[in-house]
Design a protein around this ligand. Structure first.
Ligand code: HCR
Length: 419
C-alpha cells in the first residue's frame, strides 16, 4: 500500500460522519466480505454456547445457586464471541478493512457443524438477514436445535471520526434463550473504536461498558479498556457479577469479578476485585474450541445469498481490479434502486424473510419478556445506542421503540433458502 494513497484516504475520512456505506475507500482497504457475514461470529463456539443448557442442580460443584453458575457460563461464551467477532478474525498480518455494504434482503445461512466425537453438541444454524439498508441493520440468529438454544438479535452501527480513531456506536441487542430452562439473557453491544488508522493497520478496541441481564435477576457489568487504563495491555476488561441491578449500585456487592483480556486469558475471584496476576483461571481463549462453518457452494446458493450476490465484486477486490469492482457494485446498487422505485410506485415494502419489526410501544407487546429484561436492567428500550440507561437525558426525547426479532416459524416454513 502506498503511503500517499493511505494519507489521502485518511484525509477523506477526517470529516466523515455517520453512515459507513457513504465512505469511498481505495481498493487496498476493501474487504471482499459483506458486513452481513460479521454476525456469524456469535455462533463459533458451540460448546460454550450450549453448556448452560445442561447445567442443572445435579452438576453444581460449589454452594453457588445454579442460576449464578449458568450466568458465569454465559459470560464465558460471551467473552469467546468477543474474541471471534473483534480479534481472532483478523489475527496474523491482517487488519480491519471496509466490508461490503449489504443490500436490503441479502441473506447468509450456514451451519457450525458439530465436530465432537460423540456428536453431543449438535449443529448450530446461522441465519442472517439484512433487514434495513439505510441505516444498515442486520438481523442474526444462532439456532442449536439439539440443545433448544437460540441466540437472536440485531445490530446497526453509526460511526464518527475523532482525531485519531473511527468511533462506532452499536444499536440493537442480543437475547440468548435456553428454552428448556425458560431462561433468557439480554446482552447489550459495546461501543468500539478503530485504532491504528494513522499507521495503516486498523484494529478494534472495545470501550465503555456492556451489560448482561439474566431473567433470573443476576446481572453482569462488563467494562472495557485498551492499552494503559486497567493495565498496559490491549483488549482488557473487568466484569462484575451481581445478584441483581440494584446490588450493582455499590461495587462492594459484587459476587464475583472476572478480569483479563477478552482476546487472551482471564481470571476470576470472589468479591469486587480480582488480583491481576493470581486468581483462578476463568477462560483461556487459546483453549476455546471453535466449530467449522459450513457454507453451501456458491453454485447452489440463491441470488440473495451474500457470497453469490457479491461473488464478482469479491473476486475483483482480491485481484485489486478497481474498474470491475466499481462496475459490479454499480450493477447491484442500480438493481436495488430499481426495486425501491418499484416498491414506491406499488406502495409496497420489501418483505423481510425471517425477521419482524416489533413496536414495543404497542399495546400487544406490553407484557413482552424482552421488555421486562430491559426494565430489570434499567436500560432504555428506545431506539438509542445499545446499553444506554433509561434515565440518560440525552436520549429522553427519542420516542420510537422498534426492534427486530427473529421469527422461527417463518424460518421453519422457508421453502427456498436453506442452511
Ligand atoms: C466497525 C466495523 C464494522 C462493524 C463490525 C461489527 C460491529 C458488526 C457487528 C458484529 O456483530 C461485530 C462487529 C465486528 C467488527 O469488528 C466491526 C467492524 C470492524 C471494522 C469495521 C469498519 C467499518 C471498517 C472501516 C475500515 C476503515 C479502514 C475505515
Amino acid at each position: 500500500m502506498s503511503t500517499s494513497s493511505w494519507t489521502s484516504f485518511l484525509r477523506s475520512i477526517a470529516s466523515y460522519n455517520g453512515d459507513l456505506s457513504s465512505l469511498t475507500a481505495p481498493p487496498f482497504i476493501l474487504s471482499p466480505t459483506s458486513l452481513l457475514e460479521y454476525s456469524q461470529y456469535w455462533g463459533t463456539n458451540t460448546e460454550l454456547l450450549v453448556a448452560p443448557a445442561s447445567m442443572t442442580e445435579s452438576v453444581a460443584d460449589n454452594d453457588d445457586p445454579i442460576e449464578l453458575t449458568r450466568l458465569l457460563a454465559v459470560i464465558k461464551w460471551f467473552l469467546a464471541t468477543l474474541n471471534t467477532q473483534y480479534a481472532s478474525r483478523i489475527r496474523g498480518n491482517h487488519s480491519e478493512k471496509k466490508p461490503l455494504n449489504p443490500f436490503l434482503g441479502e441473506v447468509f445461512v450456514a451451519k457450525f457443524k458439530d465436530q465432537s466425537d460423540d456428536k453431543s453438541l449438535g449443529d448450530t444454524e446461522v441465519i442472517l438477514e439484512q433487514v434495513s439498508h439505510h441505516p444498515p441493520v442486520t438481523g442474526y440468529a444462532m439456532l442449536n436445535r439439539k440443545h433448544n438454544t437460540l441466540l437472536e438479535g440485531y445490530n446497526g452501527i453509526r460511526a464518527f471520526m475523532s482525531t485519531t480513531a473511527l468511533n462506532v456506536r452499536q444499536y440493537g441487542h442480543a437475547v440468548l434463550e435456553y428454552k428448556d430452562l425458560d431462561e433468557q439473557y439480554l446482552i447489550t453491544l459495546p461501543p468500539l473504536h478503530l485504532e491504528g488508522l494513522l499507521t495503516g493497520s486498523p484494529r478494534v478496541e472495545l470501550e465503555q461498558k456492556s451489560y448482561i441481564q439474566a431473567s433470573t435477576g443476576y446481572y453482569a457489568v462488563l467494562e472495557y479498556s485498551g492499552k494503559g487504563y486497567f493495565s498496559g495491555r490491549s483488549n482488557t476488561f473487568k466484569c462484575r457479577i451481581y445478584k441483581n441491578y440494584e446490588q450493582s449500585l455499590n461495587k462492594a456487592n459484587a459476587l464475583y469479578t472476572v478480569s483479563g483480556q477478552w482476546s487472551n486469558t482471564s481470571t476470576i475471584g470472589r468479591g469486587p476485585e480480582t488480583p491481576s496476576s493470581a486468581g483462578l483461571m476463568f477462560l483461556d481463549m487459546n483453549k476455546v474450541k471453535s466449530e467449522k462453518l459450513v457454507v453451501k457452494p456458491i453454485s447452489k446458493q440463491h441470488h440473495l445469498e451474500s457470497r453469490r450476490a457479491w461473488q464478482k465484486v469479491a473476486e475483483a477486490i482480491t485481484k485489486g481490479d478497481y474498474k470491475v469492482i466499481s462496475d459490479e457494485k454499480s450493477k447491484i446498487e442500480n438493481h436495488q434502486r430499481a426495486l425501491r422505485k418499484r416498491e414506491e410506485i406499488n406502495e409496497s415494502a420489501w418483505e423481510r424473510r425471517w425477521y419482524d419489526d416489533i413496536d414495543y410501544t404497542s399495546e400487544e407487546h406490553q407484557n413482552d419478556r424482552y421488555i421486562k429484561l430491559f426494565e430489570m436492567a434499567h436500560l432504555s428500550a428506545k431506539n438509542v445506542p445499545s446499553g444506554v440507561r433509561d434515565t440518560n437525558s440525552k436520549y429522553l426525547n427519542v420516542d420510537t421503540k422498534t426492534h427486530w426479532r427473529f421469527n422461527l416459524a417463518k424460518f421453519n416454513a422457508e421453502k427456498i433458502i436453506h442452511c
